[in-house]
Design a protein. Structure first.
Length: 438
């Protein structure tokens, strides 16, 4: 989410720009104001099983805020497949919502556009103080040494969800702890129209999250220490090949998953079509689709060997959603009141329970309900074995370039075309060429 990328997105049709402008609550002056103190526009990311599920969760809370403050919040829930481009178009046009959800991995990129309100000491004080938030969540709010570009809203981690009945029927006593274990279990679980593991092969964001973790497990990264792209190093190549080989060589992921980008893998798991799922905080989504919490187990994401931890034992990104304010909002005071409301202990319990995520606010996270079952696995992962995605200005372009390269490799695997070390390296070299030059 840099200006280079924003300019490219800004070249979309006039009708799209007009639609985004019509949605926006900000003025075009760039300074922010309180010209419209009685309304706010809010872009929420799609967290639940559907946009309608999210609206049912959020609207009662927005009505509560309006009753308390007299400020009406106009809600739009945006699918993940559209959210990044919508935000980038808004930064280009100067017209966005007043408040919006962003994937926390995008924080530094959007910070670099200059479009978001910086959360300096004064602004944090207005919402109760920076020390209310846990350190791991604050670590994904922008580049080091700068005021955060957003405030943590939901904390998430990846976990392995597994179907207890399918495991029992296959004679598998416990969830896999290593990738070799997962492949062995997946082969036992695949057959008769069922598959071992589901994934979203056509979703660049999901792809990048997984291959970033695989790279860490191979002792590699996608950027050098000084922030320069280094996509095609040996460790990154090995990491991506291992991930795509779950379909291409190991045959534990259905070829049709190469086209998944709208949470179809979650639905397949809920329906018993696949036995395992790697997902962020999936419980509420699964249960909204009729899967009982008793039907599935939750375990840490596998590692290469041993148990999850630091260094090569990393098994998740520090995932989550941040809440940002467009700098040119025409209700800056109302926007800060809304952020304070959404990050209050009471609302954090309501919202994170509804979306099966972990509150990044200390007072809410200490509640007993976030310390049992699936939440216990997620909290332990966030505390012990998760790392933040690169907090660099080119992060979102990295997600797009490498995530799309992985998407194309999955398409090759689904079509029966060979996925080799050389083809992975070539795909990553091509992705690196798409990055902006300094």
């Amino acid at each position: 989410m840099r200006r280079i990328r924003a300019a490219a997105v800004g070249a979309v049709t006039v009708s799209l720009l007009t639609a985004v402008t019509a949605c926006g609550g900000g003025s075009s002056t760039g300074g922010g104001s309180n010209d419209s103190p009685k309304t706010l526009t809010y872009w929420a990311s799609n967290q639940g099983a559907s946009i309608e599920v999210d609206k049912k969760v959020l609207q009662p809370e927005l009505d509560k805020f309006e009753k308390q403050t007299g400020i009406e919040v106009k809600l739009e829930v945006i699918p993940w497949s559209d959210l990044l481009n919508r935000i980038l178009t808004a930064t280009t046009s100067g017209q966005g919502p007043d408040v919006l959800n962003i994937g926390n991995t995008w924080s530094a990129s959007l910070q670099a556009t200059g479009a978001l309100l910086p959360w300096d000491e004064k602004n944090f004080t207005a919402i109760g103080g920076k020390d209310r938030f846990v350190d791991s969540a604050l670590g994904s709010t922008g580049a080091q040494g700068q005021d955060p570009a957003a405030v943590p809203l939901y904390s998430m981690a990846y976990a392995l969800y597994y179907n207890k009945k399918l495991f029992a029927d296959a004679g598998i006593a416990k969830p896999p702890a290593t990738w070799d274990d997962l492949v062995a279990a997946g082969k036992k679980l695949s057959g008769d129209g069922k598959w071992g593991l589901g994934t979203e092969g056509s979703n660049p964001s999901e792809n990048i999250h997984h291959v970033f973790v695989f790279a860490k497990q191979h002792g590699a990264d996608f950027f050098t220490a000084d922030g320069k792209p280094d996509f095609a190093n040996d460790g990154a190549v090995d990491a991506i090949k291992q991930y795509v080989d779950l379909m291409a060589k190991d045959k534990v992921i259905a070829p049709g998953n190469a086209e998944y980008a709208q949470n179809q893998s979650v639905s397949d798991f809920a329906k018993g079509k696949t036995a395992m799922l790697l997902w962020q905080s999936a419980s509420a989504n699964l249960e909204s689709q009729g899967m009982s919490a008793d039907d599935y187990g939750v375990a840490p994401v596998p590692v290469q060997s041993g148990t999850p931890g630091t260094d090569k034992q990393v098994n998740s990104i520090v995932a989550g959603i941040n809440l940002a304010v467009f700098k040119n909002t025409d209700n800056v005071d109302g926007a800060k009141k809304f952020v304070k409301f959404m990050t209050s202990d009471e609302e954090q319990k309501v919202l994170n329970t509804a979306f099966s995520s972990i509150p990044p606010v200390k007072g809410a996270q200490s509640d007993a309900s976030f310390n049992a079952g699936a939440n216990a696995v997620l909290k332990d992962t966030l505390a012990q074995s998760a790392v933040a995605m690169p907090q660099v200005a080119d992060e979102s372009q990295f997600e797009t370039a490498v995530g799309t390269a992985v998407k194309d490799l999955f398409a090759d695997a689904a079509a029966g075309r060979p996925v080799t070390t050389d083809s992975v390296k070539a795909a990553l070299e091509k992705a690196q060429q798409q990055m902006p030059t300094k």
